[in-house]
Design a binder for this molecule. Structure first.
Ligand code: PEP
Ligand code: CO
Length: 442
């Protein structure tokens, strides 16, 4: 039998990927301060997302989930936030028009500050230091002091999230699509002076259509925020009781939280924490997960088999999806009848190191995994409910391929800015959704 959940019951479990803060007193002071701060998200907003996700579960809506791999404190600027927001919106408008369904827009934003790492230490020039784990934990700079986990950074993350969210709320209040974005598109594309006429034409066509027909599918819906619930001391401090149901705790740091591939141990601290919060949650799964293992996890995380509670984000890799996804779908849905939303992250299973040492992803492989995701779900009679991408509105060259023709030799320091994984730039992200959709729908 599962023991009773409490806000701190995760502390009795083994917690991977969480730093040990040496100064316990300082850590507790920070945690208590955050506990006293107002929530970033209120319970009714979380319920509103759940309602949208129920629609996805019933095949009546589709999710676009994306943003930075890791946000950084130094990028708290109008441009960064606005460009990321606009990009997600543009993608969602295109998808909405094509799917003829409302699109649930969820950003990896306003709190995506904690990163799981495959090694605890990073070695550079024969020096070994604690790995960078996201701005909420330590600094990126490669020196001993910067890499030391500092609990005060949790409080900074709270305020950075609040400032980002404040702008997002204002931006998402505008109810029409900003026409001037069209020219921004063109400028971005022209910068690279490459073959893209067809895509620009297509985008023009779509936006003209959108502006002429105030189609209900293209209305800008609410914008939701999400991040990986990795740093549990922070997440615990963000817990609030739901006024309308004092039994229910929700995590007020985001609408949606997810459990990463490296922290989804059924006996571990992250699963323990997440099972007790009332937010919708997601779980990332690679080819390492066994179908029966996922059933057990689902039962712990969604014991009432509620619709709209749980998203399974699969990230197999373009060459593995065929082998693993059909079995997972059959076991979870057809055999066990569990209600989940299937979402595809075609990025994390397709990362490799380029010949010049940069971590990258190939556009065509990312697209191929996403396309297979849709085809497999169609074959299995299940619903492909969403897509999850790492992308940025910045002019970066971090992923290779696409019409921009970025090659491995284009991966240079000045345009490679990610603190963690390589992201699609806005051109690649838009090209991706355009390639994904059924062309005949226009
Ligand atoms: C991520 O989403 O940035 C990430 C680390 O993903 P995963 O847990 O799927 O590896
Ligand atoms: Co990532």
């Amino acid at each position: 039998m599962t023991s009773k959940w409490k806000p701190d019951s995760w502390q009795n479990k083994s917690a991977s990927q969480i730093p040990t803060y040496v100064d316990k007193k300082k850590t507790n002071i920070v945690k208590n301060k955050i506990l006293s701060y107002p929530p970033l998200i209120l319970a009714h907003e979380i319920k509103s997302l759940k309602k949208q996700l129920k629609k996805v579960c019933n095949r009546k809506a589709f999710i676009i989930h994306g943003g930075d791999c890791a946000e950084s404190f130094s990028e708290l600027t109008l441009n960064t936030i606005q460009n990321n927001f606009t990009l997600l919106l543009q993608m969602s408008l295109i998808l909405g028009l094509v799917h003829k369904k409302p699109i649930v827009q969820i950003g990896r934003i306003a709190g995506q500050f904690a990163k799981p790492r495959s090694s605890e230490f990073e070695i550079l020039n024969n020096k070994s230091l604690y790995s960078y784990r996201g701005d909420i934990i330590n600094k990126y700079k490669f020196d001993k002091n910067s890499r030391k986990p500092d609990p005060l950074r949790m409080e900074k993350a709270y305020f950075h999230s609040a400032a980002t969210l404040n702008l997002l709320r204002a931006l998402s209040e505008k109810s029409t699509f900003p026409k001037k974005q069209l020219s921004i598109f063109d400028q971005n594309f022209l910068k690279f002076n490459l073959e893209h006429e067809l895509i620009i034409k297509k985008i023009h066509y779509i936006f003209e259509y959108l502006n002429v027909n105030k189609n209900k599918f293209c209305k800008l819906g609410k914008f939701y925020i999400s991040h990986e619930a990795l740093l549990l001391p922070y997440e615990e401090a963000m817990l609030k009781l739901d006024d309308s149901n004092v039994e229910d705790y929700y995590d007020s740091s985001a609408h949606l939280l997810w459990i990463g591939e490296r922290t989804r141990d059924i006996n571990g601290a992250h699963v323990e924490f997440m099972r007790g919060i009332s937010n919708p949650i997601a779980i990332k799964c690679s080819s390492k997960i066994l179908p029966e293992e996922l059933v057990k996890l689902i039962d712990v995380l969604n014991p009432k088999n509620e619709t709209g509670r749980l998203i399974v984000i699969t990230r197999f890799g373009y060459n593995k999806i065929e082998e693993f996804l059909p079995n997972l779908i059959r076991k979870i849905e057809q055999i066990e009848g569990r209600n989940v939303i299937w979402c595809c992250d075609p990025m994390h299973g397709n990362t490799f190191t380029a010949s010049n040492g940069y971590k990258t992803r190939n556009f065509i492989q990312v697209l191929s995994e996403a396309k297979r995701f849709f085809e497999i779900h169609k074959n299995e009679g299940s619903y492909a409910g969403g897509i999850h991408l790492e992308m940025t509105g910045k002019h970066v060259t971090e992923c290779i391929g696409g019409k921009m023709n970025i090659s491995e030799k284009n991966l240079k320091t000045d345009c490679y800015k990610t603190l963690c994984d390589p992201r699609f730039n806005s051109y690649q992200a838009l090209e991706f959704v355009l390639q994904l959709i059924d062309q005949s729908s226009y």
